[in-house]
Design a binder for this molecule. Structure first.
Ligand SMILES: [Fe+2]
Length: 292
């Protein structure tokens, strides 16, 4: 991953769930992640041999606790911290708010999303763990009432840049070669709509559909090929109400200066190249940020 600015990748998503057993079972048995650690009230999961890319904590509510963004070194950590201070954002922890992270801090950004900025020590080689497993966590999709403010914040504090604009409403933003690491959708409420995991190819998406069907469950949407990002994707709703996207074939952007593109928001080609349909209600799922 070649970083554009301070942030090199989307590290993990930490969520609260009212049913830790159901969330964990879904992540392992249906989605194919690996549990690396558990404290009884908290479970750590990954698709790679990282310590975690997904964390669930048993709680009284379903919510997104925070989103972890990786910076390559202490220098970038300090640079982001200086911008957070200048922006007057509320720092909620001078130390990592998640276990198993050595260096980092956490703060609350626009509309109440908590961001954990951290460096991570990785093994010398990253191995794929198995055929049912995603490659890695790829992006998150967050809904914001003021999508412009969220876009500007992600650019100014984390150096994300816009890959694609959907009208003047939604913004697909990247921090590395992936077409988007964070998508910001304008919505009447604030919620993380989905976390998205990269698959090897479209048959992996089909097999997820098969695993769901065998359990009497269903995909919520897809397969679909998006216009923005060009990825083929399927979606389903996990037990805590967040949506999981499983995707492959996303646009890789190697040129840091690749111009922004604009899609017509009214022509649903931007979200569905193949049939221009979005199932009613599918964008209404998601989990609100935990209040801090
Ligand atoms: Fe997505």
């Amino acid at each position: 991953m070649t970083a554009i600015g301070a942030v090199s990748e989307i590290g993990y998503v930490s969520m609260l769930t009212r049913d830790l057993t159901a969330s964990t079972k879904n992540a392992i048995d249906v989605f194919g992640l690996h549990e690396t650690d558990s404290t009884g009230k908290k479970v750590f999961l990954t698709a790679q041999n990282k310590h975690h890319e997904l964390v669930y904590t048993q709680a009284e509510e379903d919510a997104v606790d925070h989103i972890g963004l990786v910076v390559p070194s202490k220098d970038e950590l300090d640079a982001v911290r200086a911008k957070v201070d200048r922006g007057g954002y509320k720092v909620v922890s001078e130390n990592p708010i998640e276990d198993h992270i050595e260096e980092g801090f956490a703060f609350v950004g626009p509309e109440g999303y908590t961001w954990q900025i951290y460096t991570e020590k990785l093994p010398y080689s990253m191995l794929k763990r198995g055929s049912l497993t995603a490659d890695r966590l790829g992006h998150v999709n967050i809904q914001a009432i003021d999508s412009h403010a969220q876009r500007d914040f992600l650019h100014e504090v984390f150096d994300f840049v816009v890959s694609d604009n959907i009208g003047d409403e939604h913004f697909f933003m990247r921090c590395n070669n992936d077409h988007h690491g964070i998508a910001v959708f304008k919505a009447p409420r604030t919620a993380m709509h989905h976390h998205a995991w990269q698959a090897g190819n479209i048959m992996d998406l089909a097999r997820l559909g098969d695993r769901l069907a065998r359990r009497g469950a269903r995909l919520a949407w897809g397969p679909v090929r998006h216009g923005a990002g060009d990825n083929i994707a399927v979606y389903y709703v996990e037990p805590n109400g967040a949506v999981i996207e499983y995707y492959c074939d996303m646009e890789t952007i190697r040129d840091k200066n690749r111009p922004e593109r604009w899609f017509d928001a009214d022509d649903l080609y931007w979200i569905n190249q193949w049939d221009g349909q979005v199932p009613p209600g599918v964008l209404d799922y998601g989990v609100k940020p935990v209040a801090r």
